[in-house]
Design a protein around this ligand. Sequence first.
Ligand code: HEC
Length: 169
Amino acid sequence: MSESETPIKTPKDLILAILAAFILPIVIIVLLTQFVGFTKNSTSNSDAYTEEAIEERLSPLGKISTQPLAGVDGSEINKALVVKTSLATGEEVYTARCAACHAAGALNAPKIGDIDTWKPRLAQGLDALVYSALNGKGSMGAQKGSQHSDDEIQRAVIYLLNESGGEFK
Ligand code: HEC
């Protein structure tokens, strides 16, 4: 290679050549990293990073609903849910825990529907009868403090009495 063929002839050429040799690659690398960063960041525009999408990915797998299932009315599952989330009706409570004695008159319990037997008891008034049911009377044990609330026992009393000549709300 003769001297005349090289493009570097003056110190200025040399400085330019050094600049080109060192700075140009750096500039290219910086531009490349910017480009990679840009392509990565571009996913932030996609649906995968929306607040809803992130929330959905982080949410638990199952949710517990206390609503009765639609479309399967009357199923055992529904009954269980309804009983748990709202007060049982008087009839439900009566059937579950009072009928054992009051349906057939076991232990000399006044029978449901036996108006003559209930008449003198009705005369005591609802509060006294509810009190008897809650706290027990004679061979009837106290009905309070089990899976049924006091309000539910009262509903059962009202149901029982109204089936036996009473007129309570
Ligand atoms: C173990 C049997 C038994 C069960 C269960 C039972 N009772 Fe009785 N109940 C009796 C007997 C016996 C009497 C009569 C008590 C007496 O007057 O000596 C009675 C009396 C009553 C009376 C009249 C109380 C009074 O003061 O005259 C009411 C009201 C009553 N029961 C409601 C209920 C309700 C409501 C339930 C269910 C939540 C229930 N009972 C469950 C046996 C039972």
